[in-house]
Write a protein that binds this ligand. Sequence first.
Ligand SMILES: [Fe+2]
Length: 152
Amino acid sequence: MSLFSSKSVSPVDVLSKILADSYVLLLKTQNVHWNIEGSKFRSIHITTDEHYNNLFEAIDCIAERIRMVGGKAPATFAEFTKLASFDEKVDTDNQNEMLATLLSSHEAIRGDIISGIKQLDGSDDFGTIDVLNSRLAFHDKVVWMLKATLKK
Ligand SMILES: [Fe+2]
């Protein structure tokens, strides 16, 4: 039961999807952090460290927001796999392809966040919208950085 009157959409559903996306992307980001090889090793190793730390903190914030609005936070890999918009695989050893995989996942989360904000627009759940806006700003920045890094 939500504390907030909104239209048909539940903030719990919106947040649960972003939580799942973020958890899967955390693992993907660590995969690249650990396994990347090549000329971009140092910069990507350092950047992915920043990114997975950001995601780790965000995951806690999103899960706690789910509790605040009356939901139960999904907390199993089975649920995350089912809810996320992309899988955890990084099926390449090529550094640019690894970055492209991360880029596409960040873009997918952006899409899910934007869709969630639009669905909650008009509700009085400003706290959830604030959490989503703050996540969007992070993914916007990472998309920009990854695109700049991949530019030929
Ligand atoms: Fe590390």
